[in-house]
Ligand binder design. Structure first.
Ligand SMILES: Nc1nc2c(ncn2[C@@H]2O[C@H](COP(=O)(O)OP(=O)(O)OP(=O)(O)O)[C@@H](O)[C@H]2O)c(=O)[nH]1
Ligand SMILES: [Mg+2]
Ligand SMILES: [Zn+2]
Length: 390
C-alpha cells in the first residue's frame, strides 16, 4: 500500500489552488503567439514570430546607474531560438506552432503544433523516420537534358509526393539546351509525364551557361550553330515564359526543390528568391551563431515579412531519398496509371516482373496502354523497399 498521507484540503484551499492554476494558464495564454518553424538544429529550432502575444511584456525599469539587464523585445518577423515542450512530436521546418517567448533570456518554448497539411519525412541512416518539412504544398522535381535525366528518380519523387500529400510539379530546366537536337529525349520525358496528368514547366535559369540568354558567347554559338535555327526562337520564348510560369505555380506556396546534382536547383532558387544571395546569407548567420551549423532544412521565404506568401524549403534531406519505410502498396499508389490495374493481376502477391504470370501491368504494356519503363521503375522501387538493408 502506498504510504502517501492523504490530507484533506479545505474548500477554501481547493478554491485557492484552482485560482492559482487558472492564473498560470491565463498568463501562458496571454503570452502565446503564432510562429512558423524556419530551421532545425537538433534539439533547438528557429521560429519566426507571426503574431504578437495578447499581453506584451514590458522591459524592466532600470534605476539610474544600474546595469541594463538583457531584454529581447518581441517583434513581428523576428526569429527566435526555441526549445520544444517534451510531450510534442518531432517538429519540422514549416510547422506552424503556438509558443511563448522569454524576453529575459531571448529563448522561446514551443507549446503546441497546429495540424499539418502535409509532411515530408525520410528515414535517416539508422532507418528512423525523421520529419523533413511540414506543410509543403509543392515538390518541384527538377531535371535537365544535362546531367541526363534519370526517369527512375522522377518516379521515386512522385511516390514521395503521393505519400507526403504534396503536389508534384515537374520542372525541366536548362531548356536552352533543348536547342541541341541530341536532347530531344528529355523533352519527350516531360511530355510523357504531362500525358499522365502531371503539371510541368519548362525553364531556363538565368546563368552564364544559358545559351539562349548569352547567344553570342562562343560555346553558345557553337551549340546554336549545330541546332536547327528555326527551333530556337519558340524555345527562347517558351523558356522565358517558363520561369514566370514556375513563379506563378509556386506563388503563395511552400515549395521543395528536388533533383539530381547539377540540374540547376540552386540557380533556380536564387532566381526565384528576391534576395538572390539569401542562401549565402543564411550560412553566414549560422556561423555567427557559432554552434549547431548542421541544419536539416531551412525555410527561405519569398517575403520575409509575410510567410503566407510562401517560400522555398531548402533541404539536403530530400536528395537521397530512401524508401525503405514504404510498403509495396504505398509505392504502387504513387504510380497513378498503374495503381488501378494492380488488382487485375492473376495473383494477389504478383511482383509485376516481366515474367510474372497473368500480370495485368504487363498485359497493359503489351496493349500499349502503359509505358514499359514505368512498370520497370515500379518493380525496381518495390524491390528496393523490400530489401532489408540492416
Ligand atoms: N545552360 C544552362 N545551365 C544552367 C541552367 N541552370 C543552371 N545551370 C548551370 O548548371 C550548373 C549547376 O547548377 P546548380 O544550380 O548548382 O545545380 P544544383 O541542382 O543546385 O546542384 P547541387 O547543388 O549539386 O544539387 C551551374 O553551372 C549553373 O550555372 C540553365 O537553365 N541552363
Ligand atoms: Mg545546389
Ligand atoms: Zn502484376
Amino acid at each position: 500500500m502506498a504510504l502517501i498521507r492523504q490530507r484533506k484540503l479545505t474548500k477554501q484551499q481547493l478554491r485557492r489552488i484552482d485560482k492559482q492554476q487558472a492564473q498560470q494558464q491565463e498568463s501562458i495564454d496571454g503570452s502565446l503567439m503564432d510562429g512558423v518553424v524556419m530551421a532545425h538544429y537538433g534539439k533547438q529550432l528557429e521560429v519566426q514570430v507571426t503574431s504578437l502575444p495578447a499581453i506584451i511584456p514590458n522591459p524592466p525599469v532600470v534605476a539610474e546607474g544600474e546595469p541594463e539587464p538583457f531584454w529581447q523585445a518581441i517583434e513581428l518577423g523576428d526569429i527566435w531560438r526555441c526549445h520544444v515542450r517534451t510531450n510534442l512530436p518531432m517538429l519540422a521546418t514549416g510547422d506552424k506552432v503556438r509558443w511563448v517567448a522569454d524576453p529575459n533570456t531571448g529563448f522561446g518554448r514551443i507549446e503546441s503544433v497546429q495540424p499539418r497539411t502535409s509532411l515530408v519525412s525520410r528515414p535517416d541512416r539508422y532507418h528512423k523516420l525523421k520529419p523533413v518539412a511540414a506543410n509543403v504544398d509543392i515538390l518541384a522535381i527538377v531535371f535537365a537534358p544535362l546531367p541526363a535525366a534519370a526517369p527512375n528518380l522522377i518516379d521515386r519523387y512522385l511516390v514521395v509526393c503521393h505519400h507526403a500529400d504534396v503536389k508534384p510539379l515537374l520542372v525541366l530546366n536548362k531548356a536552352d539546351l533543348l536547342a541541341i537536337e541530341d536532347y530531344a529525349f528529355t523533352k519527350n520525358l516531360l511530355n510523357e509525364y504531362q500525358s499522365l496528368g502531371y503539371e510541368a514547366v519548362l525553364t531556363a535559369a538565368p546563368c552564364p551557361e544559358n545559351i539562349l540568354l548569352n547567344p553570342t558567347q562562343s560555346n553558345s554559338k557553337q551549340a546554336i550553330d549545330s541546332a536547327k535555327l528555326t527551333d530556337i526562337e519558340p524555345l527562347q520564348q517558351q523558356a522565358e515564359l517558363g520561369l514566370t510560369d514556375l513563379q506563378q505555380q509556386i506563388k503563395d506556396k511552400l515549395v521543395i526543390f528536388a533533383g539530381q546534382s547539377g540540374v540547376g536547383k540552386s540557380t533556380l532558387v536564387n532566381a526565384l528568391l528576391p534576395n538572390s544571395d539569401q542562401s549565402v546569407n543564411v550560412i553566414s548567420t549560422n556561423s555567427k551563431l557559432g554552434q549547431h551549423t548542421t541544419t536539416t532544412s531551412r525555410l527561405l521565404p519569398f517575403n520575409p515579412e509575410d510567410l503566407t506568401q510562401g517560400g522555398i524549403v531548402d533541404t539536403p534531406g530530400i536528395r537521397e531519398y530512401g524508401i525503405w519505410h514504404l510498403t509495396p502498396d504505398d509505392i504502387i499508389a504513387g504510380f497513378v496509371e498503374l495503381y488501378p490495374l494492380a488488382g487485375d493481376c492473376q495473383f494477389r502477391d504478383c511482383k509485376h516482373t516481366h515474367n510474372s504470370k497473368g500480370c495485368a501491368l504487363w498485359e497493359a504494356v503489351a496493349e500499349g496502354k502503359v509505358m514499359q519503363r514505368r512498370v520497370e521503375s515500379l518493380v525496381t522501387l518495390q524491390a528496393e523497399a523490400d530489401t532489408p538493408t540492416y
